[in-house]
Design a protein around this ligand. Structure first.
Ligand code: 5GP
Length: 194
């Protein structure tokens, strides 16, 4: 996705060799036009996979997921990081270690929104060590739903998330792949697409 790569190069801030800040278009302020294109790109890749639901994690996974859900015509469920008093249905939960916050959160989805008949696309903003994606995968598996794959906006390919997910037999599709964040520079894995 050319526009995503451009945005990352123009507005991304390399905070360390491991962390990229993209608060101006994905993690705080949101660029709706870019989210629309991201939605179309995920729909393109997973359009023939029979997706019936999208599952993501609040809050930064919601924007790209909603746009993908709009194109695919399916609902979007976001796992909550904090328990809500209104979530009284049979909860599906998983414990996830947060890469950026360095704490473990229990994430939860109401069991009423996922069934054995669902085929789920999991979406998240970043893939680092795969803990968020594995937690979502755990929840979807507990529901008995099938997983069509995982869509990631920005993958840091120098961390081991992809390897862990592929070991589970999961298809991973990332719209941008970073090879390194050394010397304050984003080094993309593949040639930037047109
Ligand atoms: P993982 O669970 O794969 O280790 O990390 C993925 C989660 O951590 C994502 O949901 C994302 O919120 C956050 N994350 C990981 N790496 C980065 C990063 O470099 N920048 C930002 N903004 N978030 C990240």
């Amino acid at each position: 996705m050319k526009r995503l790569h451009e945005k990352m190069e123009q507005e991304g801030r390399v905070l360390s060799e491991h962390v990229l800040k993209v608060d101006s278009f994905l993690n705080h302020q949101i660029d709706p036009q870019l989210m629309k294109e991201i939605g179309e790109a995920f729909a393109d890749r997973f359009g023939d996979a029979g997706i019936t639901k999208i599952v993501t994690l609040e809050s930064s996974g919601i924007a790209p997921s909603v746009m993908t859900g709009l194109v695919l015509g399916v609902p979007v469920i976001f796992a909550r990081k904090r328990q809500s008093l209104t979530m009284t249905d049979d909860l599906l939960t998983a414990d996830v270690y947060s890469f950026t916050k360095e704490t473990t959160n229990r994430i939860a989805v109401s069991g009423s929104f996922l069934t054995e008949d669902d085929t789920v696309l999991i979406i998240d903003d970043f893939l680092a060590n795969g803990q968020a994606a594995l937690g979502l995968l755990d929840i979807v598996t507990q529901a008995g739903s099938s997983v069509a794959g995982i869509g990631i906006v920005i993958e840091k390919s120098f961390q081991n998330g992809r390897a862990l997910l592929e070991k589970e037999g999961i298809r991973v599709e990332s719209l941008a792949r970073i090879d390194s964040l050394q010397n304050g520079q984003i080094q993309f894995k593949a040639e930037v697409p047109q």
